[in-house]
Design a protein around this ligand. Sequence first.
Ligand SMILES: Cc1cc2nc3c(=O)[nH]c(=O)nc-3n(C[C@H](O)[C@H](O)[C@H](O)COP(=O)(O)OP(=O)(O)OC[C@H]3O[C@@H](n4cnc5c(N)ncnc54)[C@H](O)[C@@H]3O)c2cc1C
Length: 362
Amino acid sequence: MRVVIAGGGVIGCSIAWHVQKAGGEAILLERGEIAGEASGAAAGMLIAPMDDTGNRAFNVLRRASLDLFPALIEEIEEASGIDVEYKVPGMIRTARSQKAARKLRKAAEKRPELEWVEPALLRELEPSLTHDIVGATYSEGDADLNPRRFANALAVAAERAGADVRRRTMFTGVMKDGRRIDGVATNTGPISDIDAIVLAAGPWTEALTMRLGARLPSPAMRGQMIAYRSKSVRHAIWGEDGYLVPKPRGYVWVGATVEDVGFRKKTTERGLASLRRMAGDIVPRLRQAKVVSSWAGLRPGSPDGMPVIGRFPGKKNVFLATGHFRNGVLLAPITGALVADLVLNGHTDRRLSPFSPQRFGR
Ligand SMILES: Cc1cc2nc3c(=O)[nH]c(=O)nc-3n(C[C@H](O)[C@H](O)[C@H](O)COP(=O)(O)OP(=O)(O)OC[C@H]3O[C@@H](n4cnc5c(N)ncnc54)[C@H](O)[C@@H]3O)c2cc1C
């Protein structure tokens, strides 16, 4: 079965790998470079939901995806030869107000993986932290990776398994034989005799759906980040207004803003200043550290903040995988596996209706 996937972010790359591995023929189209958009801008944190507030099906999906990482990483690192810099530094969630501390303590009572940490122990665990912290939890299993390397490892692993990965190739439309879509148009020429199409173009998916006669809103949600040259932070730290993640070779990444400003992928003085302020408030030593880079990415949103995974309304062989918003890296393994199942076998063993595009009407 020949499956065209439009979009070479972490979602499209994971779908390509899973389709190829399951015996399909994946053709991955990326108009620029693999992970050149949000997937290359992400922090790469892999964190399960802290509590059970929010949509249950979504929480279950995130936990299930998290469990897939160790085996998937072993598989794609071997197949691609790319080290995705997966590590498990553990995460400290901090509260600087009594209200936030109460919430953390409640979560720690419910979830065995979250350990409540008394202030004296907290200093030992993470000496860089400000003394203003009134409550904290520690979870030793929280992991992170380099999202750009992860997406590239998926793409290269798929390619080495026989997938056709076309970089700098833009999906521009579909070709039909009667009512059935059997080909796609690209800026480098048509691709015919295809069996299915998956639209996984991040926030650009909305424009692609309009070419197919429906409109699925996938708003771009800007996120800005900065990187310090510093070895002062040992663990990932989650604060009330953002997070800090230690990265290999002596960096600390700090993120992220969440801004609904359309497709304006630029950093702003205001956004960067807010990140520097937040980082310095949590780890005062960073006030003296050097910011060595800053960047922004456009997360793919959705009308209800949950991913959109499923069949395109009214089209038998077109599928959607977008709207992963702040969880696209975390959800890449399960999205790839589910979409490959749906496209190749017509069904999945997990209920997809909470994520179906049909929930927004036809
Ligand atoms: C600052 C920041 C921090 C983040 N941190 C985390 C985190 O710690 N953990 C986490 O899980 N998630 C995080 N995210 C969210 C995560 O990055 C996204 O959810 C995820 O990258 C979405 O992946 P995607 O493949 O759907 O979209 P994208 O990465 O946007 O990929 C879509 C691709 O489609 C391509 N494309 C568009 N139109 C076409 C076309 N017509 N033809 C061919 N190709 C096309 C684009 O060039 C792009 O490469 C973060 C995001 C940001 C911005």
